[in-house]
Structure formats: C-alpha cells, structure tokens
Design a protein around this ligand. Structure first.
Ligand code: NI
Length: 136
C-alpha cells in the first residue's frame, strides 16, 4: 500500500548554459540563445513526490508541514533569486541545465528525507519544458 504524496513549489533564478572549457563560438553553437552572456531568468515550478506506506496511526506518508519545511530549506532558500552559475557552488563547473538542477534538488532533499521514503522530482523550466528525476 504505497502512496505518493506531492507538494508543489516555485522559485525564480537566472542562469546561462555555458562551458568555460569551450570557446564562445562553440557555446553559442550548442546552447544558442541559452548561452547569451548576460544571463536570463526562469520561473521554475517544482513537483516533489514522496512515496511510502501511510503510517497506521496518522494515515500520512509524510507530514506535509515537514515536507513544506524541507522544500523551503533545501530548495527555495538555496535557489530562489540566485544566479545559478555564480551563486551555486555545484554549478561552478557544471552546466545549470534543468536536468542538472533537478539532480541537485533531488540530492538535497534525499539527504534529509527518511530512508524508507522514495523521492521523485519534476522540474518545469517552462510550461512545455520539464524534466523528471527519481535517483535512478
Ligand atoms: Ni534557460
């Protein structure tokens, strides 16, 4: 009887897709306008899914107040209104693509989530462009 509980969250952040070890021409060729030097912003929407067996006493897979606090501390406080390339150490030498942001979010939540619970992340960069990561 495993159930998945979802909570939505939101943050704004700036980035550019760019590799320091590539020429400007190659960055432009591969990443196009996403590589423009003066950065651009996204309104990221996040869905966090936590799967587990409901506790027989509370009926909860996870108390949503706890999940809300985890998302605030591990995602919103860390990413909101940041320049991902400059402010987030994990992206100093890693492209802050939606894929890599989702992996980082998953890793940050995973380390504070009870080991019996499974975690999946869906990150929307735009309404039409989104990625999923479940740790596999
Ligand atoms: Ni972008």
């Amino acid at each position: 009887m495993r159930v998945t509980v979802y909570r939505e969250a939101h943050f704004n952040a700036a980035h550019r897709l760019y590799r320091k070890d590539w020429s400007d021409a190659k960055n432009q060729n591969i990443f196009g306008k996403c590589s423009y030097p003066h950065y651009h912003g996204h309104n990221y929407d996040l869905e966090v899914g936590v799967t587990g067996t409901p506790d027989p006493e509370t009926g909860f897979v996870i108390n949503l107040d706890i999940l809300k606090t985890i998302i605030k501390e591990e995602v919103e406080d860390y990413f909101d209104h940041k320049n991902l390339n400059i402010d987030i150490p994990e992206f100093e030498n890693t492209v802050p693509s939606a894929e890599n942001i989702a992996i980082l979010i998953w890793n940050r939540i995973r380390k504070v989530l009870h080991p019996d619970l499974d975690l999946k992340i869906r990150l929307y960069e735009t309404r039409r462009n989104f990625v999923e990561y479940d740790g596999n």
